[in-house]
Ligand binder design. Structure first.
Ligand code: C2O
Ligand code: CU
Ligand code: CU
Length: 422
């Protein structure tokens, strides 16, 4: 645009025809294309101007998950887009480099819209960021992981709105591809993992047990790389890892579930995700920087306000989401402790517009790879989690942001609350 804003046009479509299986067509929903959406990419400091057009047969929204922005631009259930209408939010990117994403957020209907295929990545670049593999599709590869149930070639939707957790699929799609494989051409490859599943939790690593470096979480860079051989990632979370490959080798990225007795259904199954083959000669790697530029660990400021949230079956503090009720009022720029006490089976917890740190889970600090700034956290059954939450500068006394369980059936059943920043 003439004022230097970067413009993006995104159209929600219900007429996707996807070829997941050879010779067969699957009816899907998509953003611009047949399934999922384009990668939206912008730099810190840039102004972005969106045009989101709804060509679905029903009203929806598009929420920018992980973006720091004014509540009216957030794309939550208060920014509904009627069929045929176009919504045009704009804001200035004012946050560190991160892997964000976007997906619909209509009140009580998110699960089906996301499951049918509406989601995409929103990458924020920071020209002053650390030197990491960053050539898109070459040594910087996004992996959107989703589980599905197919009935023949058709997407089965029966489980989306039923059961304790909603749909748990037996078939994995990565970037909308069934049984994906990829030839890598570089020694060091960065993968941006997004769990865009309705409810499934993955523990992602490699079949040969190799270790890798985690460089970023939901809200951007860690302070320094954290070595791991598995990363746990629940719906809505992102993890960026850097993996070393040897010339000519083949290795499978997979998910290995928690042992059955300790886990819920959402975290106990095993899946192969992507099969990688390395070329005979590989682009030599830049050395990973020792410091990534992410913030150091924080301790709560003295006297920080504590808010408590009790999670039960599908309620927060004993209540269902109510569009006209503001549950919490927070001061702009506040740093607070949010204590989440899960009295039942596994959930997770996402807060719009903030960056938080996990202080502890059942009194224990999180693994190093989850110690950076985040916006979504897994909450195991009966666990107590404390978050140090840093709120943004945008005030609006009437338009709320959401906090909710990102297991989409729970979100739709009302496991969500609203806060305004004043
Ligand atoms: Cu990714 Cu309120 O959601
Ligand atoms: Cu969000
Ligand atoms: Cu939940």
């Amino acid at each position: 645009d003439p004022d230097g804003a970067r413009r993006f046009a995104l159209t929600l479509r219900a007429d996707g025809r996807s070829g997941f299986f050879p010779g067969k067509v699957t009816e899907t929903w998509g953003i611009n294309g047949d399934y999922l959406g384009p990668v939206v990419r912008a730099k810190r400091g840039e102004k972005v101007r969106m045009a989101v057009t709804n060509r679905l047969p029903e009203a929806s929204t598009l929420h920018w998950h992980g973006m720091r922005l004014p509540a009216r631009m957030d794309g939550g259930p208060h920014q509904m887009i009627e069929p045929g209408a176009t919504w045009t939010p704009e804001w200035t990117i004012d946050q560190p480099a991160a892997t964000g994403w976007f997906h619909p957020h209509p009140h009580e209907k998110t699960a089906m819209h996301v499951y049918r295929g509406l989601a995409g990545l929103f990458l924020i670049d920071d020209p002053d960021g650390p030197e990491l593999p960053d050539e898109y599709g070459v040594d910087d590869i996004p992996l959107i992981v989703q589980d599905k149930v197919f009935d023949g070639a058709d997407l089965a939707t029966g489980g989306v709105d039923s059961g304790t957790f909603g749909l748990l699929g037996d078939t994995i799609l990565v970037n909308g591809t069934y049984r994906p494989f990829h030839q890598v051409g570089a020694e060091l490859v960065r993968f941006r993992l997004l769990n865009a599943s309705n409810a499934r939790v993955y523990r992602i690593g490699f079949a040969d047990g190799r270790r890798f470096d985690v460089v970023a979480g939901d809200q951007g860079m860690l302070e320094r790389p954290a070595t791991a051989d598995r990363v746990k990632i629940s719906p809505g979370e992102r993890v960026e890892i850097v993996v070393r490959f040897a010339p000519g080798e083949t290795v499978v990225m997979n998910s290995v579930g928690e042992p059955r007795k300790q886990a819920n259904d959402i975290e106990e199954d095993d899946f192969d995700l992507v099969r990688f083959t390395a070329a005979a000669t590989l682009e030599p790697a830049v050395k990973l920087p020792a410091a990534l530029g992410g913030p150091a660990g924080e301790t709560p400021p003295p006297g920080a306000r504590v808010r408590r949230f009790e999670l039960s079956g599908s309620e927060i503090n004993g209540r269902d989401m109510e569009m006209s009720r503001i549950d919490e009022v927070v001061a702009a720029g506040a740093v607070e402790i949010w204590e989440i006490d899960n009295t039942t089976y596994a959930h997770n917890f996402h807060i719009h517009e903030v960056a938080f740190r996990i202080l502890d889970v059942n009194g224990q600090p999180p693994p190093a790879y989850q110690a950076g700034p985040k916006d979504t956290v897994f909450i195991p059954k009966k666990a107590k989690v404390r978050l140090l939450v840093r709120f943004g500068p945008y005030t609006d006394p009437v338009t709320p942001y959401m906090y909710h369980c990102h297991l989409l059936r729970h979100e739709d059943k009302g496991m969500m609350g609203q806060f305004v920043v004043v």
